[in-house]
Design a protein around this ligand. Structure first.
Ligand SMILES: Cc1cc2nc3c(=O)[nH]c(=O)nc-3n(C[C@H](O)[C@H](O)[C@H](O)COP(=O)(O)OP(=O)(O)OC[C@H]3O[C@@H](n4cnc5c(N)ncnc54)[C@H](O)[C@@H]3O)c2cc1C
Length: 446
């Protein structure tokens, strides 16, 4: 999580510094209007900067996946930037309308409307053109703002079904393109010849390219592969369904621990699932294990059948156990066991000599699931600690440290409910674990 936190603050801090460098020296007369104009420019730069980076992330570029340490983390940063853009855009809107409201309430005199002249006389013709577009840009910007508020709110309000969110979220690409036009016209023209203008232009260019890719449904296209279901295993008592799929030739292979977007049903669209198998180019077989956690996954057991065509987009993610440590401790809670199943299968085929302890924490476990897991841990020579809530109680940092006295020499790999992971992480770091040694896969992208 450290990388996305650093990237988030670096972006906001960087844009603020560039804006300040462009705005100094401040106007000699600092009054309500000049301060408002400064805040308009500053909030505009932050909002379009945050939206542009969030837009660029939406394309699931490989380099972003690598840089941010996994797409699951990238989506978390995307969400933070969406919230930032929303908050800053609301402030921008208040700054824009504030004087008007104050005048209508008789709190201040109507300010004189002036055409921006300022510096950069060499940009005369460009300035004239941009000035001619101000009215349009302001009007479009206002409506785009209202649309952005509704669409970002729909993304953040979890009560709104995922499917509705997913089908409307792409509209933000249209809104973004309008706001780019708004930003190009209304950013102080002199800024374009300065580092701020260059950075904003680059961010906008990246955002525009991605918006076009999103609207033409190109995102992830090159990573999409067809396949056919070859077997389905259902464990009704755990609401778990395992589907084995033979993939077409285009699948590039994957590392144990990675995930993919799987579309079992074109109408429903894709859902992220961890790949619960190691890659074997000879069989081209891949496995997904889903648990009924919501309206679609609850219905999967009765929907999936041998012979069904599926689409798989990926692989994504960096939860791949590669940290050079000889000692690892894995915690897979509930369906969060899936990346570990893949790694167990990989280690059974290619032993790496690591000493590994696996904690599997579950409210209950069906005999066939327990036997399958026992078989995999035996084949991978991994020590299993099966913790059934009602029988063994909950795993805490204190219990883990007590059960494995050499825990501090290990790296920790966690997949399961976010709060459980956060509690374990907090405890272990408080007892000396390096923050970089705690790896967590986020099973929630919204
Ligand atoms: C990286 C990653 C790996 C995952 N691996 C597995 C796995 O191996 N096995 C498994 O059972 N589950 C896995 N999940 C969770 C799985 O994607 C969701 O449980 C599933 O999408 C829920 O869909 P639903 O319609 O049943 O639930 P809903 O009731 O619609 O939603 C339940 C939750 O799932 C999220 N969700 C719903 N639809 C989607 C979607 N299309 N894309 C992203 N999130 C969605 C919602 O935000 C909500 O928080 C993983 C999630 C992520 C992010």
């Amino acid at each position: 999580m450290k990388t996305i936190k650093t990237s988030f603050w670096a972006l906001l801090f960087g844009l603020s510094l560039l804006w300040l460098a462009t705005s100094l020296p401040l106007p000699e007369t600092l009054n309500v209007i000049t301060i408002r104009n400064l805040l308009m420019q500053y909030s505009g730069v932050l909002a379009i900067g945050a939206m542009s980076v969030a837009m660029i992330q939406a394309a699931r570029w490989g380099w972003v996946d690598r840089w941010l340490n996994g797409l699951d983390k990238s989506y978390r940063l995307h969400k933070w930037l969406g919230i930032t853009a929303l908050v800053v855009a609301v402030a921008h809107w208040v700054f824009a309308n504030g004087p008007k409201w104050a005048v209508s309430l008789g709190l201040m005199e109507a300010p004189e409307r002036r055409r921006p002249t300022g510096d950069a006389p060499e940009l005369g013709a460009i300035r004239e053109f941009l000035n001619s577009q101000r009215g349009t840009a302001e009007m479009l910007g206002e409506w785009a703002f209202y649309a952005a508020v509704v669409l970002i709110a729909a993304a953040l309000i979890k009560r709104i079904p995922y499917r509705f969110f997913a089908s409307t979220h792409t509209l933000l690409a249209v809104v973004y393109l309008v706001l780019v036009f708004h930003g190009i016209v209304l950013l102080d023209v002199g800024a374009w010849t300065q580092p701020l203008g260059i950075v904003v232009a680059l961010l906008m260019a990246g955002g525009v390219v991605t918006a076009v890719l999103a609207l033409t449904r190109q995102i992830g296209r090159r990573r999409r592969v067809g396949g056919k279901i070859t077997s389905v295993l259902k464990i009704p008592s755990m609401k778990v369904t395992e589907a084995e799929i033979t993939l077409d030739a285009a699948w590039p292979g994957h590392k144990a621990g990675q995930f993919a977007f799987v579309s079992f049903d074109r109408k429903e669209g894709k859902h992220p699932f961890t790949i619960a198998s190691a890659w074997d180019p000879a069989t081209r077989s891949i496995t997904f294990i889903s648990k009924g956690l919501g309206d679609y996954t609850e219905r999967l057991p009765e929907k999936l059948a041998v012979g069904d065509e599926v689409t798989v987009e990926g692989p994504y993610g960096r939860f791949t156990f590669e940290d050079g440590k000889d000692r690892q401790i894995w915690i897979g809670a509930g369906i969060g066991i899936t990346p570990f199943i893949a790694r167990l299968k990989h280690m059974a085929a290619t032993p790496d000599g690591r000493q590994v302890d696996l904690f599997h924490c579950v409210p209950e476990i069906a005999p066939e699931a327990r036997d399958l897991l026992a078989r995999d841990v035996a084949a991978a020579d991994v020590d299993l600690h099966l913790m059934i809530d009602s029988r063994d109680g909950l795993l805490t940092g204190a219990r883990l440290r007590e059960m494995l006295p050499d825990w501090a020499s290990a790296s920790i790999w966690f997949c399961g409910p976010a709060a459980f992971g956060a509690a374990l992480r907090k405890d272990l770091i408080a007892h000396g674990l390096r923050s970089g040694a705690f790896h967590q896969e986020l099973f929630n992208m919204r």
